[in-house]
Design a protein around this ligand. Structure first.
Ligand code: C2O
Ligand code: CU
Ligand code: CU
Length: 517
């Protein structure tokens, strides 16, 4: 992994395109955990509207400064989610070892959950349950941030398909740095349909959270060192971490595994493949299991995306190893680099075939969309003096435009269009990939189209898209149009849609949409 590949010409173009608003923005300006001493002794005050009904699971979660050993020598100061189980099954919380990542939270579909989140940082924060279908009060919108020392109470009923989800901070303008300094964790949903499949579980169900970081000579995390460049491009680190560890190696048995690959990076896009060209077998996307396994030569994994991969290591030789790599692509800084190593340490012979059918999906019917032939369209581009925009707009805390209001119960078609050609009709402008995320639901991709000028770059990643499952985040490459179907069910109120390149999001590439009754 080398440093930025944005060339000088691109950079000058960016300058010309008026990132003026960002120059003095300071969003990325230094703010390291060391400036931010712990405020641990503060008394929690209940800041939310949590009711006091009976729940199946209750968790006390805190965000606090901490230290972990990542590199040899000085420990790294980080921020970390830490949790305590107040009520519920003992395996609800599974801490990961030697990492800043928060514990894995295991939930069953149908469970009633309460989380008491206490902010022990010295700046505002709020937690978002990425991918979950929850009421607005439980969605972690930035307007709900709490101050240091305060507590926010979330209550929701799990109503999601079995799969790999995650939780992370969502304060406006500070999601990037807070996630970067360590605030993130996986949330796994389980249900009976999945249990019945007898997929690899326990030690053979392994999460791999992919993140890139940059360290200074004293082993401390560096963020925002490239100022405006980082804001425009998104942060790209020079060191690969998996589950918070450098040179991650999985000591494996020669048997089938389920690997839950999660791109927890701020902006890096991975093109994941087995080094020996074994095909990747995908069994789940961000909204849970596919109908049947899907094969790919490589998987394109954009920020916030997850795929579950089934892999059979039977027949591998003890002592051998196999690397998971990221192949070269047109993604920013898209050189080849190793991601993780699997080392075969134990001979096992287990026959656990992968079922041909994984789940039943009741798809949305495009013909039933209220706006089927005229999708609500969102153009992504560099705005004059305003950084990245959606339909020419940037984030406003509570504002929604007329074309951002939808109706409860409606099925809609939306289109994200990543327009080449820069802002304000100026030709030849800068375009970057945008992983677009919609809160509160999982959607279905129904169509993709690429402008001829974007085709060459697109070709380097498009075969790794996994569009045959539910998604909450979809990659939209420069020149690409992606049409999706979404249904607004159960909850009204203010949700978000945004680019999940966290630097783009923090600098305003985010908007509210409102579900009206
Ligand atoms: Cu994972 Cu609005 O975010
Ligand atoms: Cu989200
Ligand atoms: Cu973006």
């Amino acid at each position: 992994m080398t440093r930025k590949t944005l060339n000088r010409r691109d950079f000058l173009r960016l300058l010309a395109y008026g990132s003026a608003a960002l120059v003095g923005g300071g969003i990325l300006n230094a703010c390291s955990p060391e400036d931010i001493a712990a405020g641990t002794a503060l008394a929690p005050t209940d800041a939310s509207a949590g009711a006091a009904g009976a729940v199946d699971v209750e968790i006390a979660l805190r965000a606090a400064p901490s230290e972990v050993q990542i590199l040899p020598g000085t420990p790294t100061r980080v921020w970390q989610y830490q949790a305590e189980l107040l009520k519920g099954p003992a395996d609800t919380l599974v801490p990961l070892e030697n990492t800043y990542l928060g514990p894995i939270i295991n939930l069953q579909n149908g469970q009633r959950v309460r989380v008491r989140f206490t902010n022990e940082l010295s700046e505002e924060s709020i937690v978002h349950w990425h991918g979950l279908h929850v009421p607005v009060e439980a969605d972690g919108h930035p307007r709900l941030v709490i101050k240091p020392g305060e507590t926010y109470i979330y209550e929701f009923t799990v109503d999601d398909r079995a799969g790999t989800y995650w939780y992370h901070p969502h304060p406006h303008g500070r999601t990037g740095p807070q996630a970067y300094y360590g605030l993130a964790g996986l949330l796994l949903i389980h249900d009976e349909e999945e249990q019945a499949l007898n997929l690899p579980s326990g030690d053979y169900d392994v999460p791999l959270v992919l993140q890139d970081r940059t360290f200074d000579s004293n082993n401390q995390l560096v963020y925002g060192g490239n100022g405006m460049m980082d804001q425009m491009m998104g942060f790209l680190g020079d060191t690969m971490l998996v589950n918070g560890q450098k040179d991650f190696t999985l000591a494996a048995s020669t048997r089938p595994y389920r690997l839950r690959l999660h791109n927890g990076s701020n902006s890096r896009i991975y093109k994941l493949a087995w080094e020996d060209s074994t095909p990747m077998t995908v069994i789940a996307t961000t909204g849970g299991l596919l109908e049947k396994p899907a094969q790919r030569e490589y998987i394109t994994l954009a920020p916030a995306q997850r795929v579950d991969v089934w892999v059979d290591f039977s027949g591998r030789q003890v002592g051998e190893q196999l690397r998971l790599v990221s192949l070269p692509s047109a993604a920013p800084d898209g050189g080849a680099f190793p991601v993780a190593t699997v080392r075969f340490e134990r001979e096992e012979s287990v026959s656990q075939p992968l079922p041909e059918r994984l789940s039943t999906i009741v798809w949305h019917n495009p013909a039933e969309a209220v706006n089927g032939n005229a999708p609500r369209s969102f153009t992504l581009m560099m705005g004059m003096g305003r950084g990245w925009t959606i339909n020419g707009r940037t984030f406003e805390m509570t504002a929604v435009a007329q074309d951002e209001i939808v109706k409860l119960g409606d099925l809609e078609a939306w289109e994200f269009y990543n327009r080449l050609g820069g802002g304000m009709g100026m030709g030849g402008g800068m375009a970057l990939p945008h992983p677009m995320h919609v809160h509160g639901l999982q959607f279905q991709v129904i169509e993709r189209e690429i402008d001829p000028a974007g085709r060459a770059d697109w070709e380097t990643l498009k075969d790794g898209y996994v569009d045959e499952g539910w998604l909450d985040t979809v990659l939209v490459m420069p020149g690409e149009r992606v049409k999706i179907l979404l249904k607004f069910e159960d909850f009204t109120g203010l949700y978000l849609y945004h680019c999940h390149n966290l630097e783009h999001e923090d600098t305003g590439m985010m908007r509210n949409y409102r579900v009206d009754a």
